[in-house]
Write a protein that binds this ligand. Structure first.
Ligand code: KG4
Ligand code: ZN
Length: 335
């Protein structure tokens, strides 16, 4: 089947065509227009500007994705679109575009959950991968521990109770004078610092749960930076980045260890833009090696927001009979 996948939940407009079947998972085109340069001016994503930029880009990207795939709209078997979660105005652009396209071309419409989409990126990178497995979704907007029982049967067993992990990276970076999105620069800076120089609270919430808090950690780092400024001291930027990153990685690994005790998974998928973090990748590689867990880490272009992951998940939703009607609406939060 040829699936057209449309993504517009945050600050990337993306359209992809994938060929999917029981035995085939092929990305034929994966076109992305990032808005990072626009939002950089404001130090974060401005929802109204994001919606307008999606509206400008989506038609052209769709044409480009079809052309690159060597396909016509009439060749497409189903249209998948991210309907939740995300910025509602941004989601609405993709949802309404997909509805118009599906109506005009007489094609089935499939609503895709963005977090399921991030996980589905692993199917494209690893053709042999099939549920059940365990997934950590770590991005600018989400941090969840998910039991993937089947392609369309997911149970979120842990989540952040406040900020997402990428959001915390970006906000700490901003206070350190690093432009948005600062995650990648923090990654590089942390390599030069001492991860034991300053004690910051763990990102793991105390107790017998699988939840995280990145807001407390972020505030503690920002307080430390402000105290340095008040004392007229230049904060040790590399040490701050290294210690913040260590608190993130330590917290994530702690909750994964608890999840492993509880559920005993033998495969772990890392998904989302923060999967690019070299320290997190190293910590999770070690975690998995120690326990003989297979570690699935899709290439970086499939970890950030993209249309191919939406097309991949749309295929499995379609196979499960989960079709959307023309009354499909975008929801900021939800399943
Ligand atoms: O998945 P993604 O493209 O968008 C969302 O769905 O949110 O993730 C973007 C996030 C940003 O917060 C960015 O700073 C973060 O991923 N990020 C990183 C790194 N590369 C990107 N965070 C830490 N280390 C990195 N190397
Ligand atoms: Zn995302």
């Amino acid at each position: 089947m040829l699936i057209l996948g449309i993504e517009s939940s945050c600050d990337e407009t993306a359209v992809s065509v994938c060929r999917m079947s029981d035995t085939q998972r092929e990305v034929l085109s994966d076109c992305i227009r990032s808005q990072v340069e626009i939002h950089k001016l404001y130090g974060g994503v401005v929802p109204e500007i994001a919606s307008r930029a999606h509206a400008e880009a989506i038609c052209g990207l769709c044409t480009q994705a079809l052309t690159q795939a060597g396909a016509e709209l009439s060749d497409v078997d189903a249209i998948g679109v991210t309907a939740t979660p995300g910025l509602v105005g941004a989601l609405l652009v993709g949802v309404n575009f997909a509805k118009g396209l599906a109506y005009a071309a007489g094609k089935p419409l499939v609503a895709v959950n963005h977090i399921r989409g991030h996980i589905a990126a692993a199917y494209l990178a690893y053709p042999e991968l099939k549920p059940p497995f365990f997934a950590l979704v770590a991005s600018g907007a989400h941090t969840s521990l998910v039991r993937v029982r089947d392609y369309t049967d997911h149970e979120t067993v842990g989540r952040t109770r406040d900020d997402a992990v990428g959001e915390a990276f970006d906000k700490v970076a901003r206070v350190m004078g690093i432009p948005y999105p600062g995650g990648a620069a923090m990654d590089a800076l942390a390599k030069e610092g001492d991860p034991a120089a300053i004690r910051f609270p763990s990102a793991a919430i105390a107790g017998d749960n699988l939840d995280f808090s990145f807001s407390g950690l972020k505030t503690s780092v920002i307080n430390y930076l402000n105290t340095c400024t008040q004392k007229g001291i230049n904060p040790p930027q590399a040490d701050v980045a290294a210690c913040f990153t260590a608190a993130v990685c330590g917290g994530v690994t702690k909750k994964l260890a608890l999840a492993y005790e509880r559920y005993g998974f033998d495969r772990l998928v890392l998904a989302g833009g923060v999967a690019a973090n070299s320290h997190l990748r190293a910590a999770l590689t070690e975690f998995c090696d120690k326990r003989n867990i297979g570690f699935y880490l899709p290439p970086l272009h499939l970890c950030g927001d993209n249309g191919a992951m939406i097309a991949a998940q749309a295929y499995y939703e379609y196979c499960a009979g989960n079709l959307a009607g023309y009354d499909l609406n975008a929801r900021a939060t939800g399943k």
